[in-house]
Design a protein around this ligand. Structure first.
Ligand SMILES: Nc1ncnc2c1ncn2[C@@H]1O[C@H](COP(=O)(O)OP(=O)(O)OP(=O)(O)O)[C@@H](O)[C@H]1O
Ligand SMILES: [Mg+2]
Length: 590
């Protein structure tokens, strides 16, 4: 159970000099603090009881000096420990983020964004608290206990034995409370995660919630989760507020016993008043670290659980891994071949693609046609190796995509995914996403080709227009055109457009089509589109049905050979064509 914690402690390695400095400050602070009761004792015995005023003054000044030195080192310790802890958290967050970025599509298909978010934030914080603060506090507590016990024994071993007997008792009491509180803590953590998930879902889906008039229901759901959290936190507090008085009660009993037994010794002359007072002070000093240890132990399982959750992500195997001897894919010509490809999203699932074979020669345009869910997006997801085939292989210029490095593969493929994602930033930055250093002329050129230039220039800020967190300020069609420009800017040898023109009107699609035709020259293109213009000019049309290619060929060939195609054409494409003709787009039909 504590393995993850030990592993988390390794993150301290990089900050060993900071950790060491923290520890040194801690020792110095402790030593300085340990001197204070001793000075107090001398002030009583040699000063007050002897009515030696100058001595009292000198010793009091000594107390102040040691207290100041102690405080100084305590401050340094705190600052250093925070720096160490934040360093560890910083590294953990970065490692986690890099890993999440690296994990394959199939991992993200299964993962919940809310969970990943919680792990990257509150779990990291719990581990940070433990590694940075906890581990150092643990040492500090041990040191304090050992130090003050040592001094106690040097005063009177008999009285010290009382303390030694009291310590485990306190620890046990604390243990009882901790055992009660820990499951509640965990519950509280889970409820917080649930509350966060609801909040996050609702923020992301606020438009849907409003559109379906579900505000009331969602508010109630949130309120219920919120109440649960409130409730558990109250319970936690009840235990804590019961626990601390109990423990302090024990401490008071111990002090009482010391004064009582110590009083006898003082009266009997075997101990001075100063020693007794100092003893009581050292008792406190031994006691507080015990409380600290107790709290740390309670925190331990908490932090261990968080660490385990973090390492679960860090250890997750990406299904898509480069071979150790993966080669750089040389500049590609663009021959894409599927050889008897069968594909399942999960091991056990039904195949989504069955025995798919086709070849796209360099420079060809391949159109994929088929009902929704027939596997069009799935096919194109296999080309940049977002998923690995279950059987068969996908090759580019004869290279199996599993034999080359992901970077050399993906950087030569321009892709417009079915769902457009824009990032927080300007339009220019969004277009230049794959090539942040692209010169402005090229960005404009790409935008022109994607029919985006005109609408971009219609904004007062042009290319510097900020698009919101998820590009809310742009329409669906505008976003798609920016995504097309983004893909074109890469000047890729292989271009994939998954339903990239579904949100634009016919006239715009026609213009994009014309521009793309120029751009597609010399590139192998895969186009998924519902519209006739794209399909008519394709060199190869693949008709998919339930994951199988049921017909293939050019438009003319298919009209004669494939009933399915003819059906799709007449029912779905022809009316559009007519509509377009009626609107004066004769050119399209050519
Ligand atoms: N990430 C995924 N995990 C599991 N199954 C998936 C996943 N993505 C798609 N599927 C399934 O695979 C099948 C093919 O989906 P695909 O997205 O390839 O269809 P499509 O032809 O692109 O449809 P559309 O025209 O609606 O975009 C569908 O039955 C779908 O439910
Ligand atoms: Mg699709």
């Amino acid at each position: 159970m504590f393995k993850p914690l030990l592993r988390a402690l390794r993150y301290l390695g990089k900050y060993w000099h900071l950790a060491l400095a923290t520890f040194i400050c801690l020792i110095l602070a402790t030593v300085a603090t340990l001197f204070i009761p001793k000075l107090g004792q001398l002030a009583i015995d040699q000063g007050i009881l002897q009515r030696n005023w100058p001595r009292v003054l000198r010793l009091s000044l000594g107390v102040v000096a040691f207290a100041l030195v102690g405080a100084l080192f305590q401050f340094a310790r705190g600052a250093l420990a925070a720096r160490t802890a934040q360093g560890v958290a910083y590294d953990l967050r970065n490692t986690l983020y890099a890993k999440i970025q690296k994990l394959s599509f199939s991992y993200h298909d299964r993962a919940h964004t809310g969970q990943l978010l919680t792990r990257a934030t509150s779990d990291v914080e719990a581990v940070q608290r433990f590694v940075g603060m906890g581990a150092i506090m643990f040492l500090s507590a041990l040191f304090m206990i050992v130090g003050s016990l040592g001094v106690l024994f040097s005063f009177s071993w008999r009285l010290a034995l009382i303390v030694v007997a009291m310590l485990p008792l306190t620890f046990a009491i604390f243990g009882i409370f901790a055992r009660k509180a820990t499951p509640l803590f965990r519950k509280a953590q889970r409820r917080l995660a649930k509350l966060n998930t609801i909040l996050q879902e609702n923020l992301a889906g606020v438009r849907v919630v409003k559109a379906f008039v579900r505000e009331h229901y969602e508010s109630e759901r949130y309120e219920a989760a919120n109440w649960e959290l409130y409730d558990i936190n109250i319970q936690v507090n009840r235990i804590l507020s019961l626990g601390f008085p109990t423990i302090f009660g024990t401490l008071n009993l111990a002090t009482l016993a010391i004064y009582w037994l110590g009083g006898f010794q003082v009266i009997g002359g075997t101990m001075t008043v100063g020693e007794l007072v100092a003893f009581a002070n050292y008792l406190m000093m031994a006691f507080f670290p015990v409380l600290m240890l107790g709290m740390l132990v309670a925190q331990l399982s908490f932090a261990a659980a968080s660490a385990a959750r973090i390492f679960e992500i860090l250890d997750a195997q990406s299904e898509i891994v480069e071979k150790p001897d993966a080669i750089e894919l040389p500049r590609i010509k663009g021959r894409v071949a599927f050889e008897n490809v069968t594909f399942r999203y999960y091991e056990s699932a039904e195949p989504v693609l069955k025995n798919v074979s086709f070849v796209a020669e360099p420079g060809q345009t391949v159109a994929l046609l088929g009902a929704t869910g027939s596997g069009k997006s799935t096919i194109i997801n296999l080309i940049p190796r977002f998923y690995d085939v279950s059987e068969g292989r996908v090759t580019i210029d004869g290279y199996d995509v599993r034999d080359v490095t992901l970077k050399s593969l993906r950087s030569q493929i321009g892709i417009v995914l079915q769902e457009t994602t824009l990032f927080e930033g300007t339009i220019r930055e969004n277009i230049a996403f794959g090539r942040p250093d692209a010169p402005m002329e090229e960005i404009i050129q790409a935008a022109k080709a994607a029919e985006a230039h005109d609408f971009i220039m219609s904004f007062p800020d042009g290319y510097e227009t900020h698009v919101g967190e998820r590009g809310v300020t742009l329409s669906g069609g505008q976003k798609q055109r920016i995504a097309i420009a983004r893909a074109l800017l890469l000047n890729p040898r292989i271009l994939i457009l998954d339903d990239a023109t579904s949100s634009v009107d016919l006239a715009t699609e026609y213009r994009i089509q014309k521009a793309l035709e120029r751009l597609m020259k010399g590139r192998t293109s895969f186009v998924i589109a519902q519209r006739v213009a794209t399909v008519l000019n394709a060199d190869l049309i693949l008709v998919l049905e339930k994951g199988e290619i049921v017909a293939r060929g050019t438009h003319e060939e298919l009209l004669e050979t494939s009933e399915t195609y003819a059906e799709i054409y007449y029912s779905q494409l022809e009316p559009e064509l007519l509509l377009e003709k009626a609107q004066g787009g004769e050119e399209v039909a050519r």
